[in-house]
Design a protein around this ligand. Structure first.
Ligand code: 5AD
Ligand code: SF4
Length: 479
């Protein structure tokens, strides 16, 4: 798209993405005005809360901001602060309100400052009502379904006074070919589907991210080909439930078939994906993973609970035994696979017996790592209305016991690779020690080893000298 050639004095185009490029052109006028008045370009900061899906959306927002003419700045310096919010657990919302409270005096002192809010939390009606009432200094509020309209909404804000709010209930629309700003030059997230149809009884995601819809295999493959020609060698395929990819397409395509197509892309070295739902993980997919040279030896497979009784109440649609069978099949087909998971503690009605089943599944599977969450009541979900909500003290006790178990096992599992030489993709200079770099193994473990910035983006063979619990210290062996 050539923004220079877009006539911003004409009527806005109806079709996308041309319409958004038109509004990018419009917004540029305001950026120019800012520059003329202040002698500098305005700066912006997009802060992400929540998951990788949100992180990917933030990259899209940054791409649009860059095209408009904003420069990036730290949040405490930025003229335009955007929070891309999460609402999966209550504390995510609480953090956003806290941060907004801190922004208030800054905005009072610098009235030209702008504040934007988007993402999952904005899809909740009560949150938007609260913003209108208690945080009227916010400039722009939009949701997950219309994020592609960011430039258009920003133009609307420039042309009006007061808060601009645009929230859609749902959408079946996917807009391709918008600007994009990647955080890493060598790896990238790629959306393959949006939304979720599973309605796990505790989860708010299906309500805020809408119905499941998949991008066409062609659009996905083309995007990855473009990324590869731009230097990317690792992609992370993103979806709330990637295993049900393609079911809603006019010509249905399975996730395994999509992976087979992506595997053929020359120059692409690593393929990751998340998140997988155990109920949809097919034998076909396991076979493709076993035969693949590019799919990484890591699977994030949220179990949520080890109790079949609780799994049923969670509407997960598998039993403890089925999950364990799946793990067995996976380990047989991909012997060196690393498994990680999500677990919720304190779901309504969870008894000590149920919790012991969770501890038992953790001991049986021996996860490489696990994200453990305290159940959070989300208004509007079936679980919120269930009886027998568990007292905080009981939950805290179970949570601590689970964490201890998970960490002890992870430490042992991680250590098995000690002494071996593995290929890593170097991602960054180590945060703790500038004479070291950090690389990621195919199985998703991190290794820190002596090296310089010039290694970033390269694949190196590294000896895993010492396991430090969840990561390694290593030595470079060569390319
Ligand atoms: N409370 C606690 N954890 C939750 N998750 C989703 N909804 C809730 C909730 N209401 C967790 C699940 C999911 C992860 C992304 O967040 O474990 O896999
Ligand atoms: Fe939420 Fe379940 Fe969908 Fe994951 S699969 S987003 S936990 S409803």
């Amino acid at each position: 798209m050539d923004i220079e050639r877009t006539d911003i004095n004409a009527e806005p185009p109806i079709e996308e993405p041309a319409r958004q490029y038109y509004y990018i052109g419009k917004c540029r006028q305001y950026v120019k005005k800012f520059f003329d008045e202040k002698g500098r370009s305005p700066s912006a900061c997009v802060t992400t809360f929540g998951c990788q899906m949100n992180a990917r959306d933030s990259e899209k927002l940054r791409g649009i901001l860059r095209e408009i003419g904003y420069i990036e700045a730290a949040e405490d310096k930025a003229d335009f602060v955007i929070y891309n919010t999460c609402t999966v657990r209550e504390n995510a919302n609480t953090r956003v309100y806290g941060r907004l409270g801190q922004l208030k005096p800054r905005k009072r002192a610098h009235p030209h400052m702008m504040i934007g809010l988007c993402g999952c939390m904005m899809q909740e009606q009560e949150a938007v009502e609260k913003l209108k009432k208690s945080y009227p200094f916010v400039d722009l509020v939009f949701g997950t379904h219309n994020i592609y309209k960011f430039a258009e909404l920003l133009a609307a804000r420039f042309e009006s006074v007061g808060m601009v709010v645009d929230i859609w209930k749902d959408t079946d629309r996917i807009v391709e070919n918008l600007p994009n700003e990647r955080k890493y030059f060598f790896k990238s997230g790629v959306n393959i589907m949006f939304g979720c149809n599973n309605f796990c009884s505790y989860c708010i995601v299906p309500y805020v991210r809408g119905r499941e819809r998949s991008r066409s295999p062609k659009a996905i493959v083309q995007e990855i080909e473009r990324l590869v020609s731009d230097g990317v060698t690792e992609v992370m395929l993103l979806g709330q439930n990637v295993n049900s990819y393609g079911k809603t397409l006019d010509t249905p395509v399975s996730f395994a078939e999509l992976l087979t197509e992506i595997e053929k892309i020359q120059g692409l070295k690593r393929i990751r994906f998340m998140t997988s739902h155990p109920k949809d993980l097919s034998d076909e997919l396991i076979a493709v993973m076993g035969n693949s040279k590019k799919i990484c030896r890591h699977l994030h497979l949220p179990v949520q609970s080890g109790s079949t009784r609780i799994l049923e109440k969670m509407n997960r649609r598998y039993t403890k035994e089925q999950y364990l069978k799946l793990v067995e099949k996976l380990r047989k087909a991909v012997p060196d696979i690393s498994l990680t998971t999500d677990i919720i503690v304190g779901f309504p009605g969870e008894t000590e017996e149920d919790f012991k089943e969770t501890l038992d599944i953790v001991r049986k599977v021996r996860y490489d790592s696990a994200f453990t969450f305290i159940y959070s009541k989300r208004t509007g979900t079936p679980a919120a209305a269930m009886e027998n909500q568990i007292p905080d003290g009981v939950i805290k006790d179970r949570f601590d016991r689970l964490l201890q178990e998970v960490q002890a096992i992870a430490k042992e599992v991680c250590a098995v690779h000690e002494g071996s030489v593995k290929e890593v993709l170097v991602e960054s200079v180590s945060e703790q020690d500038p004479s070291m770099v950090t690389g990621r193994l195919s199985n998703n473990l991190l290794v820190h080893f002596p090296g310089g910035q010039e290694l970033i983006g390269s694949y190196m063979n590294v000896r895993l000298r010492e396991c430090k619990g969840f990561y390694y210290i290593g030595d470079l062996m060569g390319v």
